[in-house]
Each structure stands twice: as C-alpha cells, then as structure tokens.
Design a protein around this ligand. Structure first.
Ligand code: NAD
Length: 250
C-alpha cells in the first residue's frame, strides 16, 4: 500500500516535464494519492495530470493570484471533498547581480515563490483546519541559506529565505490545528531551470563542494516531499530539510 493512499494532494508548478513538481506528482500518484496539478497553462496542467494515470486533475492557475488559488481549491473541494497535502513548488529564478535587479524583476521573482506560497496556503488552510490535519510542504532553496545558489540572484535568495520564515510561522500558528508545515532547501537539482546552463568546467567546480559528488535529481527532492507529505513525518513541523548532497554541512 502507498504512503498516500486515500489522500488528495495539490502540487503547484508541476507541469514542467523535467521539474521537481512533476516528479513529486508522479511519486505521490504511485503512492496512492489523487493528485491535482496547478500550473499556468491549462493544457499543460491537464496533460501532466493525464500522464499520471486516470483520476488525477490538472488546473490552470497563477499562484500569484489570490482568485486563481481560491478557484483551484474550490474545484478540488467540489471534486474530491478535501485537501490533505499542498506542495508549494511553483517558483522562478533569475541570475542577476544585485545592482541589476529592477523593481519588475524583484516583483516577478519574489511573487511566485513568496506570494504564491502565501495565497495557496491561505486557500487550503480552512479545509485542513476543519479536518484537523494536513501537510504543507514549501520549496525553498539552498540559495536562501548560503546567499545565492548557482543560478539565482539576490532577489531569488530573498524570496526563498522569505519562504522559510513564512513556513515556520505557519507551522507555529497551525500546529494546534493538526496542520504541519515544513520546508525543503534543495541544492543544485538537474531540471529545466539548470538545463543547458551548466558547462563541464562549471559542473566540476560545483561538484568539489558536494560531498556526495553528484548533482541532485528531481526524484531526490520528490522523495523528501513524500516523506514530509506522509504520516512518516507525523511529528515534524517547522523543519527545514536540506536536500543538497552535503553542500551545506554545518
Ligand atoms: P521548473 O522550471 O522545472 O518548474 C517550475 C514550474 O512552475 C513550471 O511548470 C512553471 O510553469 C510553474 N510556474 C511558474 N510560475 C508559476 C505561477 N505563477 N503559477 C503557477 N505555476 C507557475 O523548476 P524546478 O527546477 O522544478 O523548481 C521547482 C521549485 O524548486 C521552484 O520553487 C524552485 O525555485 C525550487 N528549487 C529548484 C532548484 C533546482 O536546482 N532546480 C533548487 C532549489 C529550489
């Protein structure tokens, strides 16, 4: 039996073919969850949901829109009656230097990770509270901890650091209601965010700083999402799980 049988899980930003969200959605489905993918494009979200097998749902939604988040959750509640798990995975990055960040860049990058995590969480919290249970998993980044990952600028680091604070504050507030909130801080994971941007020399240089001596795969992060989403982590809330091959041992 799967670790998520009879659970309904929403994963945002899970349309991207090689992404962390898509891999997480696949793993959740393999573990018996009914998965709802929320992503920008309706067709891409539906196609991604169909690729998981029958019974899953793909919805168009921009997580920076409070309306879109609410509509998506309303649809899930109408279809399945509950939400057990939310993975706040949608996120975008930009490799800018501090002086090059415009107001528009700042807004775009911080909005998806930070405002998106706030709005999607706000949309599921009432039903989770009512149920007295739920798990929210928030995608931060090693970039938040070490002041820049490899491809993210300072505004991305700030957004992902904000996600850590938001996740911890939600964990504290929602704990008494039985709702757990935890964060993941992946290191360098090979997805479309990194595809084509990593030459062999740069890769060798990066590997020097990773004790496990390999870059991460989407499944490495998906496995941690599964752990935090499932009852295996029933006594964990407010934690930050480093998924980085040892890049930041301290
Ligand atoms: P990806 O680009 O493959 O996927 C991101 C998905 O988010 C896409 O499907 C995109 O359409 C969707 N999206 C973007 N803006 C959206 C919005 N406003 N509303 C809804 N969906 C939106 O990225 P990925 O590498 O799989 O990253 C997933 C998450 O993990 C992100 O939050 C990212 O910051 C984080 N992360 C990634 C890495 C890495 O190395 N890849 C490392 C640390 C953290």
């Amino acid at each position: 039996q799967g670790l998520l049988s009879n659970k309904v899980a929403i994963v945002t930003g899970a349309a991207s073919l090689n992404g962390i969200g898509r891999r997480t959605a696949k793993l959740f489905a393999e573990h018996g969850a009914t998965v709802v993918i929320v992503d920008l494009d309706a067709g891409a979200a539906s196609a991604a949901a169909e690729s998981l097998g029958p019974g899953h749902l793909g919805l168009a939604g921009n997580v920076t829109s409070r309306d879109d988040c609410q509509k998506a959750v309303d649809t899930v509640l109408q279809s399945y009656g509950k939400v057990d798990v939310l993975v706040n995975n949608a996120g975008i990055t930009q490799p800018s230097k501090i002086m090059d960040i415009t107001g528009e860049d700042y807004q775009r990058i911080t909005d998806v990770s930070l405002r998106g995590t706030l709005y999607m969480s706000q949309a599921v919290i009432p039903t989770m509270r009512q149920a007295g249970s739920g798990s929210i998993v928030c995608l931060s980044s090693v970039s938040a901890q070490r002041g820049g990952g490899i491809f993210g600028g300072p505004h991305y680091s700030a957004a992902k650091a904000g996600v850590l604070g938001l996740a911890r504050a939600m964990a504290r507030e929602l704990g008494p209601d039985g709702v757990r909130v935890n964060a993941l801080t992946p290191g360098l994971i090979q997805t479309d965010i990194t595809a084509g941007k990593l030459g062999p020399e740069m890769k060798a240089e990066i590997l020097k700083g990773i004790p496990l001596n390999r870059l991460g795969e989407a499944v490495d992060v998906a496995n941690c999402c599964l752990f935090l989403a499932s009852d295996l982590s029933s006594y964990l809330t407010g934690v930050t799980l480093d998924v980085n091959g040892g890049m930041l041992i301290h």
